[in-house]
Design a protein around this ligand. Structure first.
Ligand code: 13P
Length: 256
């Protein structure tokens, strides 16, 4: 009953001109989202308007990779949800491990951002995931559930039903290592059960839980066929029109 979400996180790649070029190539291959599949690209903020103009008339949605939890003010380099709302962007990635690792993002700031994003009717894609060391010490379940608990702290069930959660094991990001389908399913199921306990079955059934970490055309099918894997947050493979559209085709086949 949930749609797949196939989302590209472009990270710090593609200015306005190269965004146009990539999306012109992508829209040569895909314009209509297949039934039960949502397509999203998240370029750098400077390229969002270029992306929106390139995908005009198609079903491809555009999101951003980060926002401030403040409305406005003396915060050099930041962008606000209000600015995002002046565009037609719909989603905001929050709590990505690269933000946690390099930019001081904490569970507390993730929570503030999630609240701000929901308040302004944008969709947060909340990233969680354990490090290799945490998995080796068998702490991965606790780490991920704690990150989710903190991110959703203070939210009502109704609000939780509109978030997206991205499980991104840190050891699989940009490394070519992927979680096995069993590892992904195990974690996604744990997350969904936890949501059901805290917010009820209806909410947990509706939340899209997507997988991120070296999802590629060759491994997309085994990951996306898992019951609780509702899509992908894709880095490297979203930077080429053909590999991204190949993953969309896999989702379309499985949804059909
Ligand atoms: P890769 O697909 O390049 O591993 O990146 C995953 C990711 O971090 C998506 O947010």
């Amino acid at each position: 009953m949930r749609n797949f979400l196939i989302a590209g996180n472009w990270k710090m790649n593609k200015g306005p001109a190269s965004t146009r070029e990539l999306l012109d190539n992508l829209t040569n291959e895909v314009t209509e989202a297949p039934d039960k599949v949502e397509i999203l690209v998240c370029p750098p903020a400077i390229s969002v308007t270029s992306a929106l103009s390139a995908v005009e008339g198609t079903d491809i949605k555009v999101g951003v990779q980060h926002v401030s939890y403040e409305d406005d003010g003396a915060l050099t380099g930041e962008i606000s949800t209000g600015m995002v709302l002046e565009t037609d962007a719909t989603h905001v990635i929050v709590g990505h491990s690269e933000r946690r690792q390099y930019f001081g993002e904490t569970d507390a700031t993730v929570n503030k951002r999630v609240k701000k994003i929901l308040e302004d009717d944008l969709v947060p894609i909340i990233c969680v995931g354990e490090s290799l060391e945490q998995r080796q010490k068998d702490q991965h379940h606790r780490v991920v559930l704690n990150q989710i608990k903190a991110a959703l702290n203070g939210l009502e069930a109704d609000a939780v039903s509109s978030v997206v959660i991205a499980y991104e094991p840190v050891w699989a990001i940009g490394t070519g290592e992927t979680a096995t389908p069993e590892q992904a399913q195990e974690m996604h199921e744990l997350i969904r059960d936890d949501l059901a306990d805290k917010f009820g079955e209806e909410v947990s059934d509706s939340v899209q839980i997507v997988y991120g970490g070296s999802m590629k055309p060759h491994n997309a099918e085994e990951l996306l066929s898992q019951t609780d894997v509702d899509g992908g947050l894709i880095g490297g493979a979203s930077l080429k029109a053909d590999s991204f559209s190949d993953i969309i085709s896999v989702a379309a086949k499985l949804a059909g």
